[in-house]
Design a binder for this molecule. Sequence first.
Ligand code: BES
Ligand code: MN
Ligand code: ZN
Length: 491
Amino acid sequence: MHVVPGSNEPLAAATDLLVIAVFSDDPAKGSLMKALDRALGGAVASAMEDEEFKGKAEQRLQLVTLGKLRAKRVALLGLGAKKSLGPSGLMTLGGQTTRLGNAVSAKHVTLVLPKELPTGIDAHGLIARGAALGAYRFTRYLSDKGRKQTVQTIAISSADSKHGVDKRAVARGLVVSEAVALARDLVNEPPQELYPATFAKLAAAEAKKYGIEAKIYDENQLAKMDMNLLLAVGNGSEKKPRLVHLSYTPKKAKKGPTVLVGKGITFDSGGLCIKPPSSMDEMKDDMGGAATVLATMIAAAALELPIELHGVLAMAENMPSGTAFRNGDVIKSAMGRTVEINNTDAEGRLVLADAIHYAKGLKPKRIIDLATLTGACVVALGPYTTGVFSNDDDMAERLLEASRRAGEDAWRMPLNPLLKDQLKSDIADTKNTGDRFGGAITAALFLSEFVGDVPWCHLDIAGPIWSKKDSGAMSKGGTGVMVATLIEMLS
Ligand code: BES
Ligand code: MN
Ligand code: ZN
């Protein structure tokens, strides 16, 4: 599917479906709407009245043109009030356009944007990203791959014939959408296919396509590096852990690298603290943090961002077996801190601790880790919101601001030091798990001990990594959440 900037005279477009986005402030008033109504002999105004179409968000109205326009069909799509349309609404508009096209088996769709879009945000980029992602489907294991996807092109044009659509913004939006689609693909891939060795190879191969260097450490090398936490988590599985280090080092880079660290548990059974079946269903998504890091690096390289960026992907499969790590084990991390295991299902923080230690060796200016870390974070914030933990208020604020601009929901969470007590161990430097209440916070506090003073944000994406439904720019399954936010922040 292609998303392209369209002509400045959308009513003349020969297209299967003309989608006109309309604010509820003045649904029938614009010159384009008047011209459309005239062309269709008053059918638009009367249908709007009959169906009480007022341009409210989610409201739609469809007409066939019966040869009166070169477009076969016209759909009005409500945007709601001008003042309440923000970045996520723009992205949704793109996604809804694609979905409308597929619903009427259109091949070519033209979207007409209203004259007055919100200013100061990347409106055209957001719409393009949404339109492309609205077509995302994971078809690899379907026998009938053609199902329901008819739309081949979406042309984005504007009712504002003077200014038209920002071609570069559309192009950038599409770079991000491709990276997001890669992250979705990786999350959707079944865990018997995507395990540490295959994930590492795939990540390195994808990265190299964009001039990103990739180094893979296997279990033997990890043993030499004292990555005992990562090795312990993977020890119950026949599929041994990997650590992947990606480096994007453009010539004109600003000083001081940013290091992204990703949790890459390719399947989380819980280990010996095995999960009940219903909690295990989606646990192939437990590598979503690592997928996000890879996708972000690729988008950064494709956009030629002038920053030095590294990715550290900690990959393991958490399985129960005779070789699995146990409750009661005391394991010495790469940093030297000893960890008493009191829950093998709290494995993400263990692999991240060793990966963060590796990241610190790269002399980072800042570290951002991404992880499907805790169910507690989903309980706290619901399934759509990323939890942001940070030891640096400025950095956290910049990340939250980037998430707003990128149309992705994120919320700051406290790193309350009072909860550190819960992690005290009698025989080691720390335990890996605290109490049930505040579980997302104790997980973040555990990580903070390995981070030290480096400015750091931890993004708990356990909720938003997965979507239960197809809607707008979202698709069932892996979401690729936070790729766009990170690109916005790094840009
Ligand atoms: N991968 C899970 C967290 C998770 C839960 C991700 C739901 C996506 C959806 C993580 O490894 C885990 O099992 N965390 C435990 C921690 C607990 C044992 C302290 C949890 O959240 O229950
Ligand atoms: Mn777990
Ligand atoms: Zn996990």
